[in-house]
Design a protein around this ligand. Structure first.
Ligand SMILES: Nc1ncnc2c1ncn2[C@@H]1O[C@H](COP(=O)(O)OP(=O)(O)OP(=O)(O)O)[C@@H](O)[C@H]1O
Ligand SMILES: [Mg+2]
Length: 192
């Protein structure tokens, strides 16, 4: 299974999602994360720590045929060539989107670019209630007719810690780490 994580807007949680989805899928089968972003956020995440349960490689070293699951992390505002090269190989495009107006605004434009491809939005950085930002964002996606996951990657400081420590959030010492990890587990369940 090949998954591509893609968005026009930067900083919406593509790399965080790609790392954690890979972490969950690695419990089910051999998993590869291809860091197709020249900024190499995922590659550096892996380098900061030691012991992610999946391989992280740059595109030139990727041998997806040897893996049950391959996840491609990409750069924001992907070049048409990148989209073309990777989307054709993907079973599903996952489009992280934060509840910010700027992120939501890009979604109809991306939808046009992805016509005919299998894609689904994932609400990320969703603030906890009583904030209504998450439900408003879901309403927007619904208005756009943008297919989306029921699961949300909620906003937890534990995920920032995981990035800093180069590990999965399940290995972070934080009272809410388990909640953040539960989102990743739910996402994989919904996906498979
Ligand atoms: N669910 C979340 N809760 C809290 N912080 C998050 C969450 N998702 C992402 N972040 C933080 O938001 C920032 C951007 O996340 P990330 O790097 O995953 O986004 P990105 O879409 O890959 O960015 P870029 O477009 O630059 O590659 C990081 O500091 C990350 O730790
Ligand atoms: Mg990134």
């Amino acid at each position: 299974m090949r998954l591509l994580v893609v968005s026009l807007k930067g900083g919406v949680g593509k790399t965080t999602t790609a790392i954690h989805l890979a972490g969950v899928l690695a419990q089910r089968g051999k998993t590869l994360l291809v860091d197709a972003d020249p900024a190499q956020g995922a590659f550096e995440w892996a380098a900061r720590g030691a012991g992610l349960p999946f391989d992280v490689v740059l595109p030139e070293d990727a041998k997806p045929k040897k893996y049950e699951y391959t996840i491609f992390d990409t750069r924001a505002q992907p070049k048409a060539k990148t989209l073309d090269e990777f989307t054709r190989k993907a079973d599903l495009l996952i489009v992280p989107c934060s509840p910010s107006a700027l992120a939501l605004e890009t979604m109809p434009r991306l939808q046009t670019e992805l016509t005919g491809l299998p894609y689904r939005a994932l609400l990320t950085l969703a603030p906890p209630p009583p904030s209504k930002d998450a439900s408003r964002a879901i309403q927007k996606l619904t208005d756009f007719n943008f297919p989306h996951f029921k699961t949300q990657m909620r906003r937890y400081a534990a995920l920032e810690k995981a990035a800093m420590q180069g590990c999965l959030v399940s290995d972070v010492r934080d009272p809410r780490a388990a909640l953040a990890w539960a989102d990743a587990l739910a996402l994989a369940d919904e996906l498979l």
